[in-house]
Structures are given as C-alpha cells and as structure tokens.
Design a protein around this ligand. Sequence first.
Ligand code: PEP
Ligand code: MG
Length: 583
Amino acid sequence: MAKEKILKGIAVSEGIAQGTVFIYETNSIQVFQTPILSVYLEDETARFEKAVERTKKELMDIKELINKEIGGDFAQFLDAQIMMLEDRTIIETVKKRIIEEKKNAEYIYHQVINDYASKLGESKDQYLSERVADIWDVGMRVLRNLLGLTHSSVVDVPPGTIIAAHDIPPSEAALIDPNNVLGIVTEGGGRTSHTAITARALEIPAVLGVEGLMGKIKNSETVLIDGDRGILIKNPSRGRIHFYEVAKKKERELEEALSPYCELPPKTHDGKYIDISANIEFFAEFAHAKKYGAVGIGLFRTEFLYLTRRGNPSEEEQFRVYNALAQRMKPHPVIIRTFDLGGDKIVSHYHEANPFLGWRAIRVCLDNWDFLKIQLRAILRASANRNVKIMYPMISTYEEIKRVNLIFDKVKKELKSKKIEFDEDIQVGIMIETPSAALLSSHLTSQVDFFSIGSNELTQYTLAVDRGNERVSKLFDHFHPAVLNLIKRVIDAGHDAHIWVGLCGELAADPLAIPLLLGFGIDELSMNPASIPRAKLVLRSITIPECEKIAHDALGYRTALEVKRFLRRAIRKTFPGVEQVIK
Ligand code: PEP
Ligand code: MG
C-alpha cells in the first residue's frame, strides 16, 4: 500500500471529508489555425455568433441557478461576464478578422481574447486588471462551444467526490452541488477567494493554497481532507481513516444533540439574556443564521461584496443587499460593518510590505470619502427598516471616529435634504481590535453607541503575531492574559458609559471563553452561524455569579496555558453540563 502523505494548505471551510478525487482542469484547450475558403467565411462568422449565443445561454442558466441556490448578490459577477461576452468591439473585431485573414473562428477569437486579457492585465486600474480571470472564464466557454468540447465540469461529478483543481473559476464554483461534492482542495486561492466563500456558503470542507497540488494528486485516488486543520491526506492509513471516522461520528452525534438548541432562547441558567448573533459574509447566509437560531447579525462583513465581484459595488447594488438582509432578519438587528479591505482581505492589485499594519479598513475609507459615502448612503437607506446598525472596523485613534462621524452626519443631512427615509436613531459602533482602541476605550465611548470587540485582530496586534505565519502562529492565543485584560477593560469602559459591548471574534464561540466573557459582563456574542447551538448549550448551563467568580480568578494567571488549564478545571467543576462540548 502506498505511503500516507500529508499536504498542508489553508483551512478555509471547516469539516472533515473522505472521498474520491476528481481533477477539474480549465486551461487544457488547444487551438489550431485553419484556413477558410472565401465561400465559407460567412458560415464561419455565423458559427462564431452561435457559440457566443450558446455561451450566453449557459451563463444565464448559471445565474438563475445561483440566484435560486445561493442568492442574488453572489450572481453579480455573471452580469459582468455576460457584458464581456457581448462586448461589441470584441465581437466585431473577431468577425472582421475572420473575413480579412480567412482563418477559423477559434484561432482568431483566441488571439483577440489573449490580446485583450494582456492589455487588461497590464492596466494600473485595479478594476480592469481584476477582470482578466473573468475574460478567460468567458473566453474558454466560447472556445469550448466553438470546438464542440464537453468541458471538464463540476456539475456531473458522482456522489462522494473531492474536487481538486489549480483554481476553480467563479462561474464553475457556483455550480458545485453539495450533495455530490464532499470537499474541495486547490493549489491557488486563500481565505477570501471566491472558492473559499462558496465552500463556506455551501458548508463544504475546503483546503486551499496547497503548494504543488496538481503535481501530487491523481484522478480517482482516495483522499481525506481536514478543513479544520487545513490538511489533505493522500493514501490515508487505516489508523488515520479510523481516527477521522470516529471524529466524524462524534461530530454527527454532537450535531444531533445540539440541534434542539437552535430553537431555544439564548439565556443563562439563571435567566440572563445574551444576544447570540451571527457573523456572515454575504446575503444568502442569513438562512444559516436563522437555521442555527441567531437573534440577529452581529457582523456583516461587507468587504465580500467587493471581493466577490469586479470593481466597486454601486450604492444601488449595496442598498439592495443591505435592505434585503434587514428585511429577512426583522425584527432582529443587523450590524453592517463598513468595508474592511486590506490585511488578509487583499485587493489583488494592491500590495504593501506590512498589510496588517498598512492601508486597510477605516484608513482606506477615510482616504476615499466618496467610496465611504456611497456605502454610508446605502446603509442609511436600508436603516429605514429600523433594525440596522453601523459599525466601523480597525479604529485605532480618537480622531478617526470623530472624522468618520463627521462624514456620517454629512451623509445624513444630504439624505434628509432629499427627503430620503432613514432611521435617525441608528446606532453607530466601532470594532475594538487594536490595543490602542482598547486602551483608549473610555474616551471612545462618547462617540459611539456600542463596541464590538474583534478578538482575532486584538490578539494579533496585542501579541504582535501574524497568525497566517506558520512559524509564529503557535504564539497566537486569545486566552493570553494581556488580551483578556484588554477585553475586560473595554467591557468596563463601555458599561461605565452605559453603552453595550459585544464580541465578534472566534473567541465568542469558544466554550471555554463563554463563561469567562459572561463573567466580564459581555452583552452580545457574535459568531459563525454553525457554532450557535453549541454556544446556547453553554449559555443555558451557566449562572452569572459563578461566571463572575471564574472570570475574576482567571485574571490572576500569567500565561495563556495557565488560564486555559484553570478554565477547563473550573468550568468542568462548576458547570458539568458544558463538559460535552469542551475539547
Ligand atoms: C476580528 O478581528 O476579530 C473580527 C471579527 O474581524 P475579521 O475577522 O472580519 O477581521
Ligand atoms: Mg478584524
């Protein structure tokens, strides 16, 4: 039996899957040059037009399917692709050159697309340069139709498939059927790529960014993927398969045991109500939030609206998404966070030496007033539903929040003068995810209605650890006493000023952290929707005075390890009901 081999990648969508590899290949089309006799030139241009028509029908069908299965905002890139397909300049150039050069349509079309894509790729304009992948996605479809090729597609894969690819183009990723596809693994891509977002939306385990994958994997071989750890296991040993089978069985049993909690109210055993809301990345996930029993959206990461399409989303496009989300979630609140671009949510055209310390989030928006104002207008218009709140990411200075509030007031005045309806009492909050904001929190309270602690980033910046960097990621620990002290300080500052404080980093879903955070006095916890039933189980097993005692004692330790050991012991002893979900 072949030796087991572990390939490392980036964990982008959680879960475990074992299945048979289907290699999805995109760029395997060969185009040859063939002379065309003058009498057949008209037929040749007609053949080209037919291929364009057929491609349009394919794209329209995909759009309809996505609209139905995932949601309209996800299908927008297809409008852009249809526009490229129907670009008159391209079509006329191809037809003209077929006639003039007396050559076959696929050869000419390939050349025209190639020139077009190269020009776009060289463009300094980010919007244009990002369209290269779309041009090729569309171009390959037309070529396949011209050549009569039934292309490698993810559509007809059999049940039990793990898709392996260099990259999956957006129009193809959107066609993945979660009934047949158990997992996804790719050589390219990262946490914010289109494939990653699709995998999370469909709840399919996925590992992306596996170096050299395509040279190391074969069609029809059996592999295991672990979307929690970000690994792919080739030729898994019997022991490994058994380990994962047991883990999966446990996961299923726990899921079943937890499912009644979706319906139950988020209250502690002694009756304190805590908002348990969902973090989502695009509109259609509201269905997950509801399914798992969220009482609102605590974080809508709007940057994905930007990352899943090409170019800036217009006010109207944004409004449609925010408004639909607010309506679907009523009467529960929806917290819309302004674009958090930069850092790990990289805009492909823009690179800098230290992206996490660079031009990102609120800094980008404050340097681009028009860009920010469009988003503020769209959010304010959606606030007419009376359940929308707005939140700014990555605040690190008092001046930033003053400036952004000034712009916000301006936008409100403009809307008022145009008699456009919005919620005049809309709550405005900030994320506390830099140590400077945490340390300054008692001053920042005067400018906002709430705080939401971004514990992922707060940990990263407090401990000076890039958790994407394998060499130092073991130092990343949100139970580090320095992080916990900052969290406690922020909650106290908020409460002293009578504003509410939530937490929307990964810590919010950690069963060891929930009693601790409640002991600190947290008012809201926002998390990945699938974690909500487990969080409710923890919540309903605990009581506030005991949590306060645990939280007080936890702050006496010097290291993250000591804190975790203490929490494990104290929680097991005080709240035995939590035992089953503690790892
Ligand atoms: C965080 O930093 O904790 C957070 C929730 O923001 P994001 O994960 O979107 O960066
Ligand atoms: Mg963050």
